[in-house]
Every structure is written in structure tokens, then in C-alpha cells.
Write a protein that binds this ligand. Structure first.
Ligand SMILES: *Cc1c(COP(=O)(O)O)cnc(C)c1O
Length: 377
């Protein structure tokens, strides 16, 4: 059994061949030579691509190192999420969603309901989704949740859902497969936006679905082919290339996020500080049990006294870009309330820690907090 970093650098690589690159470049093809019957691994570019195959094998190996899993990659995280929901659910089915998850879930809910699917919601903390499971076809979990960083017990929820005949999907975006393995914890699907920490450079949109169930994988793949939400070969290749440094990035980012969170605890103007790695965090106990090797993600969230205070803070940062998304090698932060989609206070900051030296980052944040405390004259 190899370690994560070792597995990540080799993930999905073909058997070495003389005079061939270790990771072959992206294959740009709308169609392939296809003599005779329309069978074979590569036929048409909306259905299959060797660059996806290698990436999918790599991600599958990280999400499920000990048991075979199939992975289907998508153009974005939302494409992957939609593929699971819309390929599994039919009119008359019930689905349980978190009410504090990714900001587009309410839009997804509206769409599902318009197709005659019953949507129930419950918050992530305290495993509150347990109470909504009776008669459900699918349970959707997001842990740690974005942007609130609440955590629920995947194993407990999955056992309860399976006992009632429901499938379980976990949004694994924030943790990455190195931080959490939902399939090992009993989930049927691990789904993620690869746009964030997985690819980690803020230059690629990508999504994936991993599952050990061949029939479920087929149905998700058929959905991709039907709606055409396919990743570009260049994006797939960049994502694969980025996996080699995933363990390094996650290690540096997790350590930086924990150090930043500890520094923020000392600031009287900071409230609602959340990071699952902080021993004082309400999510810490369960996070330690189900997340791996101290990799609690690179996001820290907290609240400053009001909107103007938060805007002064963001403007005063010099090493941190005011930008959305998270998981990049470069630190970013934003006032989440500017989007209007999350139930957060006006001064709520979602901070994504990059791979800078933690001491530099903390000095920059501390100076910006000091500046933000000075009342504008
Ligand atoms: C960003 C994000 C998504 C959506 O991913 P895209 O790649 O932007 O489509 C879904 N879930 C979570 C938790 C996210 O952070």
C-alpha cells in the first residue's frame, strides 16, 4: 500500500513505453477512425476520449484506492451534480438536499420540483438530514459544507439512508479525495467540483462523479452523453497534470488554513470563526473521525462587524486576491454576501488559503484587519 503523495504522482499514468511521455498530451478529436461496427473504446468525442480515460482512472484511484471504482468527468462541478440528480431521480421520487450547501442547490431544487420530484431539505450540522429520509430515493450530503464549514457524519447518514433503500451522494469538493473518501464511508457516489482544490490553480473548470456501482456509472455516463456536458481535452489534461502536486498543495493549504484560523481566534472583531481543523470548532470531533491525516480543507470562514468593515479588510490585503471560488495555489477571499445566494451575515468572509508561507499570510491578514479597524475619516 503506497502513500497518498506516491499514489497521486502515478495516478492514471499508462504503462511506461520507450520514447513515449509519462503523461501523454491531450487528444483533440471529434471522431476517431472507426472501421466496421460502431464499437470500440473511442468512437465519437462526446462519448469518449483517451485523455478523459486517463484522468478518470487517476481520480478513481484516489477516491477508492482499495476497491475498483468508475469515474465520469464533466465540464464543471454543476454538470457532475446535475448528472447524479437527474439520472437517478424520476417524477414521484423524493430527494433530501442540504439547506446550507452550494449556492446553486436552490435553483436545482426548483428545477427538480418542476419535474415532479419531491425535494426535502435539512441542515448539515447534527446530521439533521436523518429525519427527512423516509421514502426518499436519494440523500445528498455536502460535508464540509460551503461556505458554512459544517460537517455531518457520512457513515451514520449512509447507513440510515441505505436501511430505507435510498442512495447516497456526497459532495467531496472541499475535502478532495485526499482529505475524505466518501465511498469508503458508505456513500454510493462521491461527486465534486474539480475546479477548486483538486486542480488547484484557478484556471480550469471540471467536475466528476465516482462510484463503485457499474450500473450507476453507466447511467451517469449516459446522462453526460445525452446532455453533452463533457470536459474539454485540454482541461482534462491540465487536471491530470495537477494531480501530481495534489498532496503537496493539500498539505501546505491545510497547515496554512489551520494556522490562519488560530491567528483569527485572537482577534476580538472576528466572530463566527469556522475551520474543521480547529480543536475548538463544533465540527472538529466528527471531522477528525472521517477526514484523513489532518487535511481539513483550505477554507476558513469568519464574520467581521459589518459590510463596510469587511470591504475595508479585503481592500487592504496585498497577498490575497478578492475573488470567488477556493482551493487555488494563490490565496483568495471574498465577502460572500455579495452574491445574495447564501444565508450569511453581511460581514461574512470566505477565505481560501493558498500555498504561500503561512507566516507571510498571517502577517498580511493581521495588517489588513488592523487597517479595517481604523474608522474612515
Ligand atoms: C464550486 C462548487 C460546486 C460547483 O462547481 P463548478 O465547478 O463551479 O460548477 C459544487 N459544490 C461545491 C461544494 C462547490 O464549492
Amino acid at each position: 500500500m503506497t502513500g497518498d503523495s506516491t499514489r497521486a504522482v502515478r495516478a492514471g499514468l499508462p504503462v511506461p513505453e520507450a520514447y513515449e511521455p509519462s503523461l501523454p498530451g491531450p487528444v483533440f478529436a471529434a471522431h476517431y477512425h472507426l472501421p466496421g461496427d460502431a464499437t470500440g473504446p473511442y468512437t465519437y468525442g462526446r462519448e469518449s476520449n483517451p485523455t478523459w480515460t486517463r484522468l478518470e482512472s487517476a481520480i478513481g484511484g484516489l477516491e477508492s484506492p482499495d476497491e475498483p471504482a468508475q469515474t465520469v468527468t464533466f465540464a464543471s462541478g454543476m454538470a457532475a451534480i446535475s448528472a447524479v440528480l437527474f439520472s437517478c431521480l424520476r417524477s414521484g421520487d423524493a430527494v433530501v438536499l442540504p439547506n446550507d450547501g452550494y449556492q446553486l442547490l436552490p435553483a436545482v431544487r426548483e428545477r427538480l420540483e418542476s419535474y415532479g420530484i419531491e425535494v426535502r431539505t435539512a441542515p448539515t450540522p447534527g446530521d439533521a438530514q436523518l429525519d427527512a429520509l423516509d421514502g426518499a430515493r436519494l440523500l445528498w450530503i455536502e460535508t464540509p459544507s460551503n461556505p458554512g464549514l459544517d460537517v455531518c457524519d457520512i457513515r451514520r447518514l449512509a447507513e440510515a439512508a441505505h436501511a430505507r433503500g435510498a442512495l447516497v451522494a456526497v459532495d467531496n469538493t472541499l475535502a478532495t479525495p485526499l482529505g475524505q473518501r466518501p465511498l469508503d464511508l458508505g456513500a454510493d457516489f462521491s461527486v465534486a467540483s474539480g475546479t477548486k482544490a483538486l486542480t488547484g490553480h484557478g484556471d480550469v473548470l471540471l467536475g466528476y462523479v465516482a462510484t463503485r456501482d457499474a450500473a450507476l456509472a453507466d447511467s451517469v455516463r449516459m446522462w453526460r452523453k445525452t446532455v453533452g456536458a463533457i470536459p474539454g481535452p485540454m482541461e482534462a489534461w491540465l487536471a491530470h497534470r495537477s494531480l501530481a502536486t495534489l498532496a503537496l498543495r493539500v498539505r501546505q493549504q491545510s497547515a496554512g488554513a489551520l494556522a490562519l484560523a488560530a491567528a483569527l481566534r485572537e482577534r476580538p472583531e472576528v466572530t463566527g470563526l469556522r475551520h474543521p481543523g480547529l480543536p475548538s470548532d463544533p465540527a472538529h470531533e466528527i471531522a477528525v473521525r472521517q477526514m484523513r491525516d489532518g487535511r481539513f480543507g483550505n477554507v476558513v470562514s469568519f464574520t467581521l462587524p459589518d459590510r463596510a468593515h469587511a470591504e475595508r479588510f479585503l481592500a487592504a490585503l496585498t497577498l490575497v486576491d478578492d475573488a470567488t471560488s477556493f482551493g487555488s495555489v494563490r490565496s483568495t477571499a471574498e465577502r460572500r454576501g455579495r452574491w445574495g445566494g447564501d444565508a450569511v451575515p453581511e460581514g461574512f468572509i470566505r477565505f481560501s488559503v493558498g500555498v504561500e508561507e503561512p507566516a507571510d499570510l498571517i502577517a498580511d491578514v493581521t495588517a489588513a484587519l488592523d487597517t479595517a479597524c481604523e474608522r474612515p475619516s
